[in-house]
Write a protein that binds this ligand. Structure first.
Ligand code: E4P
Length: 227
């Protein structure tokens, strides 16, 4: 499973990219607004740090302006993925952009029928929002199961399921069990995947025992003097 981070905070992105485990980044208008920065600058900086797909969302809602905004965003870097809303105009733009070789992420997907349309429009990624479905009393993960199953039924569908609106490590595990291709995680959720109390406790015990030996691995010579 690929891990993207869902933020426009470049400090966070740099720190997470340093782990070597980050495959891409997603942003949206709210996240760029939160950064308080010029969108072109922030997307360019992210694209410099992360070589994988970096989603930059259009703010236009009609086909022609979407295409003009996409042209501006595509000029930033080769790894920019144009994010379009799941609307008739957004899907029309998706079809045109993907036919022209651009990566496209179709966002705000809340039904399997919408995901089918995005695949037909040649989307590189479909972004179903699990957390926002959970918020209104639906089981967001059931949508992931449906989309994964439907896409698997058709060999020609290349669209990757990008699980979005992720709120917890459980969402990540459940999505991975279902075979979703990508999860885009808020930085705090991505960091939480590293943590287990038994890992911390076990490491503390090992280090305490090791300290008692008084040894330092980098300074050691073997007893026979051969190493
Ligand atoms: C996806 O690309 C969106 O940016 C994001 O996952 C939305 O998450 P939210 O529902 O937590 O705002």
């Amino acid at each position: 499973m690929k891990f993207f981070v869902d933020t426009a905070d470049t400090k966070e992105i740099r720190a997470l990219a340093a782990t070597g485990l980050l495959d891409g980044v997603t942003t949206n208008p709210s996240l760029v607004a939160k950064s308080g920065r010029n969108m072109l600058d922030v997307i360019a900086e992210i694209c410099d740090v992360v070589p994988g797909p970096v989603s930059a969302e259009v703010a236009a809602t009609e086909y022609d302006p979407i295409m003009r905004e996409a042209a501006v965003l595509r000029r930033i870097a080769n790894n920019v993925t144009i994010k379009v809303p799941l609307t008739p105009d957004g899907l029309r733009a998706c079809k045109a952009l993907s036919s022209d070789g651009a990566m496209v992420n179709v966002t705000l997907c809340f039904s399997a029928a919408q995901a089918l349309l995005a695949a037909k429009a040649g989307a590189t990624f479909i972004s179903p929002f699990v957390g926002r479905l959970d918020d209104i009393g639906h089981v967001g993960m059931e949508l992931i199961a449906d989309i994964v199953q439907i896409y698997r039924n058709y060999d020609y569908i290349r669209t990757e399921v990008l699980v979005a609106s992720v709120r917890s490590p459980l969402h990540v595990i459940d999505a991975a069990k279902l075979g979703a291709h990508v999860a885009t995680l808020p930085p705090a959720v991505l960091r939480s995947l590293f943590v287990h109390p038994l890992t911390e406790k076990g490491l503390a015990n090992f280090l305490a025992d090791w300290a008692k030996t008084g040894q330092h691995i980098e300074e050691l010579k073997s007893s026979a003097g051969t190493r």
